[in-house]
Design a protein around this ligand. Sequence first.
Ligand SMILES: Cc1ncc(COP(=O)(O)O)c(C=O)c1O
Length: 385
Amino acid sequence: MKPLARPANPCFSSGPCAKRPGWSLEALHDACLGRSHRSKAGKAKLKEVIDRTRAILGVPADYRIGIVPGSDTGAVELALWSLLGARGVDCLAWESFGEGWITDAVKQLKLKDVRTLRADYGALPDLTQVDPARDVVFTWNGTTSGVRVPNGDWIKDDREGLAICDATSAAYAMDLAWKKLDVVTWSWQKVLGGEAAHGMLVLSPRAAARAASYVPPWPLPKLFRLNSKGKFNEAIFVGETINTPSMLCVEDAIDGLKWAERVGGLKGLMARSEANLAAIAQWVERTPWIDFLARDPRTRSCTSVCLAITDEWFRRLDETAQRAAVKQLETLLDVEGVAHDIAGHRDAPPGLRIWAGATVERADVEALLPWLDWAYGEIRRVAAA
Ligand SMILES: Cc1ncc(COP(=O)(O)O)c(C=O)c1O
């Protein structure tokens, strides 16, 4: 039997993620359109994003916050290209985004002194192996495996290297340990339901000092340059972007930040996301065909919740058939208007991924869960026929 209730919002994609509850294009009516982003009005909007970001996330006063091109990927690569190579680096990967940053370090930058610490989907590498004398590059929340670091305790306060953290699916939903981090990046398209294309780049004083003094041996495109005329370009960190931003996206980011304030700031956002995870966890607990991909409950993501189908029938299929079954389930729910885009990432083991970030309502998650049981029953029934 099909469940009676449907989620009010079927958007469960892990990026771009659901817009905030109540969002409409009307939210953008005050956008600074048709004006220069370097006009007083334009710069004020960009600065507003920076100031609201600092306030909501509790970014320390001496850390710089900039808006850069290229979404989260742009922000991470700007950091890697500008900062790496000054000392050895430990690169951590437990899913495809961390793997991507290893490719940058090893194959593109061809760094001589890289250590890679890897784990399979569902696990974390041994964080105690990270050497504080070296830089470290890692992803706070592995979006494609649904595994997050439980905290920043494994990063030493007196480290010599820089801790470079891709926090795109963690920022606004998890407690980032700022004093343990030197470079933090994310994009607007995740937990606040903003638009892609722009990245946020946060630098600790030590990261800014590295950027100002270190000249990497490779050429830097203009889009990645933190220095201008031989000097550190402080202007980037008050809203003078390297190139032209979309003021429509900027307005949307401001809208997301104002909403974040209305729901109780970071604490409120984290509580919303954790409540969504809890709803899913209760269902997983009582549902025999599914389990979390993350093995250790302390590492389960509260944003990109990745689930493995553990049912005997499914496990006996080969990978191609498993992916086809997941696709079938996803399509059933898509056609019903119940859930969009909930298949796991193409690089992850076949399974489901449900975005549970702060813009998703717990009531919608709760309404979705019986539909998952229904859809799984349907694909089993069709397979048996
Ligand atoms: C952990 C992580 N890093 C990087 C990215 C890439 O982000 P973008 O496409 O905004 O550049 C994503 C996107 O899902 C992500 O989840």
